[in-house]
Design a binder for this molecule. Structure first.
Ligand code: ARG
Length: 248
């Protein structure tokens, strides 16, 4: 009797400790929130020295902090982000990513955190005055973006796909293409860095950005939405946006 009591006490303690260790172990693992992004997209994500900064980086850091996690940013090609999130290599995708029906087939999106547009960049002297004039033109886009997907609807246009948005802009300055379709805020940054370019007044599409999360990770989706709600309510979200985008 006594012996077995001692034995079970010892066993219990051992089991408790094992539970303890694996619990802390798994806690330590869970303490990071891995964000997949493509840091070629100012002001949402870009390098400042060797650090990825920008609106998405700060929003994701605020969400992670609200959840008690530390943010880890993984930079990759834009068209690898959804796969990284689906496979669990990353917990979230935050990359100025537009909510679309097509993407909703493979991943979930959080509540949107901002509105956005695809715009058309042309040379100042271009005859292209509105998106309707893009018929038959050579259009540059970033591979796998909504600019890429939606430009396929332009009649007789030749679509040139680049790995980075600014490479498309470079091709435009070199007259290799006639126009670039890209998100408005990065477009503003790229146009300001290059001479002789302008953004057409009429936008190509209107969209919303949200955070991508794996379909089966519904718990995380709820937590992220809860954090986004708080960031909106406290004005923190607007504060982050205003830090990077000055009001016109
Ligand atoms: N909004 C566009 C999309 O979702 C472009 C996003 C590109 N983002 C980036 N970090 N390069 O397809």
């Amino acid at each position: 009797m006594k012996k077995s009591k001692i034995l079970s006490a010892v066993l219990g303690a051992v089991m408790f400790c094992t539970a303890c260790v694996s619990f802390t172990g798994c806690e330590a693992q869970k303490k990071t929130l891995v964000m997949a992004t493509n840091a070629e997209f100012p002001p949402y994500e870009f390098y400042e020295g060797d650090k990825v900064v920008g609106i998405d980086a700060e929003i994701a850091a605020a969400i992670a902090a609200d959840m008690g996690y530390t943010l880890v940013i993984e930079d990759m090609a834009f068209d690898s982000i959804i796969v990284a999130v689906q496979s669990g290599k990353a917990d979230i995708g935050a990359a100025g990513m537009t909510v679309s029906e097509e993407r909703l087939q493979s991943i979930n999106f959080s509540d949107p955190y901002t509105t956005a547009s695809q715009v058309v960049i042309v040379k100042e002297e271009s005859t292209v005055a509105s998106p309707a004039d893009l018929v038959g033109k050579r259009v540059g886009v970033q591979l796998g973006t909504t600019g890429d997907i939606y430009s396929e609807d332009i009649e007789d246009a030749t679509i040139e796909r680049y790995n980075k948005g600014f490479e498309a802009v470079q091709a435009l300055t070199q007259d290799k293409i006639d126009a670039v379709i890209i998100d408005r805020e990065p477009a503003k940054v790229f146009v300001s860095q290059n001479q002789g370019l302008k953004i057409l007044d009429e936008s190509f599409t209107d969209e919303e950005y949200a955070i991508a999360i794996a379909k089966e990770n519904e718990e995380l989706l709820e937590k992220v939405n809860e954090s986004i709600r708080k960031l909106k309510e406290t004005g923190k979200l607007q504060e982050i946006i205003d830090k990077y985008i000055s009001a016109e």
